[in-house]
Design a protein around this ligand. Structure first.
Ligand code: UTP
Length: 408
């Protein structure tokens, strides 16, 4: 893109200020910022001016979960189906590790966090240990795709290589980078991170499948005959990945998505819950749950919206390919965004100072025709690390790891 074209694009979206230091840049930096301006989708930035219109929900009705007793009664059969699919190479795992982990506040990728106390035990290591259990049970390797972002890609790859993938087979590990989106102040003006660089942040975890495609990962999926992708978050150190019972249940029930869920702790717990929205599977966020929905009961007299998602989904590849062109809803999230002040000095803010723009994997559920919410025991499978202390923290996860026999 030429300087003139860049100016034209910026004028269209009221972002001319990002060229403030253009005259001071080296030729390489000039090229860099022009390329960035060309690649940035600025049409989405306007959305922060009418944020309240973004998340309009349809009609919400309950979607029953497969509960523990039903799972126990069918465990053997579900597990056999799942193991068979894994042995046939039909299942792969996708680790979503492109996030910034700002709440944890470490400069390294979240997976590099050491939760060990008497020995080193990294978050990535916990996840790989969990996956290795299935590899041994099925006696078959499972492809593991790892999504990173520009901000943490090199550190993630180097760390895993240096640790020999914690015993995972290197040729079964594939890295790909997600896309970035511009980050703005509260008026929707893009921040500068450096004089020749727009502030950007990863564009949310909802673009994972498109990013797999853009990075050639779908060639591996097709060549290997992978039919199911188990997408999971980096921060839940207890989760079972490529869980044969979960895979088997989703296949046997003929669903195109499975979603691991936990029974809510309290009606107002801050988790998104599974539901139907206009008759299609969906997730209603805790802040969208009206009192009426919160107190609604099912035919057994139990809360009708009682199963929270834990970001562990099994998607059927064929159906993901059908929705690839569909536009996903945009979420605007307040974040701490490093920026240059008016004197051109870099600032690392202590409190949120603007917006980042994200699409979320949970919105993909609504694009799918059918979904099986599959209950898991919270204290056995849900130990997310979002914060250093308190709820969903390093502290709470350590307690749960010990409770499940992991030596820290
Ligand atoms: P979170 O919603 O916890 O976001 O991500 P985060 O960026 O990691 O952490 P905070 O909010 O800044 O503290 C849930 C999962 O989605 C991944 C994360 O790595 C985590 O596994 N994620 C999130 C991405 O892969 N890309 C993104 O752009 C955002």
């Amino acid at each position: 893109m030429t300087l003139e074209q860049a100016k034209e694009k910026l004028a269209k979206y009221g972002q001319e200020h990002v060229l403030k230091y253009y005259g001071e840049l080296t030729e390489e930096e000039k090229r860099g910022i022009l390329d960035q301006i060309e690649a940035t989708d600025m049409s989405i930035l306007e959305a922060c001016k009418h944020k309240e219109d973004l998340a309009k929900k349809g009609v919400i009705t309950p979607l029953a979960a497969m509960q523990l007793d039903e799972i126990e009664a069918n465990r053997e059969s579900f597990t056999a189906t799942g193991i068979e699919a894994i042995r046939q190479g039909k299942v792969a795992a996708v680790l979503l590790a492109g996030g910034m982990g700002t709440r944890l506040g470490s400069d390294n990728p979240k997976g590099m966090y050491n939760v060990g106390l008497t020995h080193e035990l990294y978050i990535f290591e916990c996840l790989i240990n969990n996956l290795l259990e299935v590899v041994h049970q099925a006696d078959a390797w499972i492809h593991l795709f790892v999504m990173t972002s520009d901000k943490n890609n090199d550190a993630t790859i180097t760390f895993l290589q240096e640790h020999d993938y914690f015993g995972y087979k290197a040729e079964y590990v594939h890295f790909f980078k997600q896309e970035m989106a511009a980050a703005t102040d509260y008026e929707g003006k893009i921040y500068l991170e450096e004089k020749g660089k727009l502030s950007t942040s990863p564009n949310g975890n909802g673009g994972w499948f498109i990013s797999m495609k853009n990075n050639g990962m779908l060639d591996i999926v097709h060549n290997e005959g992978i039919e199911w992708l188990n997408v999971f978050a980096v921060d839940n150190v207890l989760q079972r990945i490529a869980d044969p019972c979960f895979i088997g249940a989703t296949i046997q029930r003929g669903c195109v998505v499975g979603s691991k869920v936990v029974r809510k702790n309290a009606p107002d717990e801050k988790v998104g819950v599974m539901c139907l929205e206009d008759g299609r599977p969906s997730i209603v966020e805790y802040y969208e749950l009206t009192d009426e929905l919160m107190n609604a009961k099912d035919e057994k007299g139990e809360p009708a919206y009682n199963y929270g998602v834990i970001l562990n989904y099994l998607f059927k590849v064929q159906d993901l390919e059908k929705i690839m062109e569909e536009k996903m809803p945009l979420h605007i999230v307040e974040k701490k965004i490093p920026y240059l002040d008016e004197n051109g000095e870099p600032v690392k803010p202590e409190t949120p100072n603007g917006y980042k723009f994200e699409s979320l994997v949970l919105d993909m559920i609504h694009q799918m025709d059918s979904c099986l919410p599959f209950e898991v025991v919270r204290r056995k499978e849900f130990a997310p690390i979002k914060n250093k202390t308190g709820v969903d923290s390093v502290e709470s996860a350590r307690e749960l790891l010990v409770e499940n026999g992991v030596v820290l």
